[in-house]
Ligand binder design. Sequence first.
Ligand code: NAX
Length: 327
Amino acid sequence: SKTPVKVAVTGAAGQICYSLLFRIASGALLGDTPVELRLLEITPALKALEGVVMELDDCAFPNLAKIEIGDDPKKVFDGVNMAMLVGAMPRKAGMERGDLLSANGAIFTAQGKALNDVAADDVKVLVTGNPANTNALIALSNAPDIPKEQFAALTRLDQDRAKAQAAQKLGISVNDVKKMTIWGNHSATQYPDLFNAEANGKSIAEQINDQAWIEDYFIPTVAKRGAAIIDATGLSSRASAANATVSCMHDWALGTPENDWVSMAVVSDGSYGVEEGLVSSFPVTIKDGKWEIVQGLDINEFSRGKIDASVAELVDEKKAVTELGLI
Ligand code: NAX
């Protein structure tokens, strides 16, 4: 039998994790490779987390080897091969942007340091908790011994939202939508790129041939989908965010298919004019557990403006967390 892969998940008693943990445990992450779950929560949420663990036990998942819970990242992250950082401080009424950044800064500096000290050498760290790109930047900056390439922030949900909207517009299956890129920040400034996306080998933007639909419907629908879901349900995206987190880590570990790519926010090497060192979303291909930014794509003037605007927001966020001494 194979050695279990140790998977840490933070915010484990929260809404996203109520889907995420069951998807991981049932095999959506690694098939029939056994997994050991390491679940981190804040102390007051440990009792609720114990209830979630009871339900995980009650599923008798064949490939769930073990579950450990705790409130100390140094213990929970010990030897982990994967870390999904979902737990974060939500923005509360009256909270300034700086307050949000410092509250999350405290979480992601501590978790970055703990991963640096105790995680397995091959750890892959995926940040879902918002502001995801900048939280990932804080974590990697506080983990100097872990290669920066082993950190990413989630833009897979945005990618999958964009795929669904494009497929519906063209009246085709999502399976036929390939090469969907999200550029920039996981925020309202993100840029979902239909020019480089393909259906049946041809540019989706060309097939739709309606710039007004792209600008006035498609982009805002994808970028503001989270708000639409809050409006409808009273809660932010849960199952779809969990699905995206599992899908992203699955592909990071097991690779992307031929002739396709996925979107992940990763540390920039300066590709496409994105300032080096920012954690920004790019199209990536993955092989043997390592991602590479897809090179040589055509960026038209419209796309250039959108990418630059989102990257400018990341530059601002980086400046703010630098001033707060978090990186
Ligand atoms: P919840 O508030 O339901 O759960 C968050 C959990 O994190 C809580 O149980 C809390 O106790 C825990 N937590 C707080 N500080 C912690 C710490 N230091 N260590 C461990 N756990 C800690 O939020 P949920 O709906 O699950 O969303 C989680 C995060 O995902 C939020 O930041 C949310 O904004 C973000 N999202 C990111 C998305 C993405 O695509 N990147 C989409 C969905 C979602 O908006």
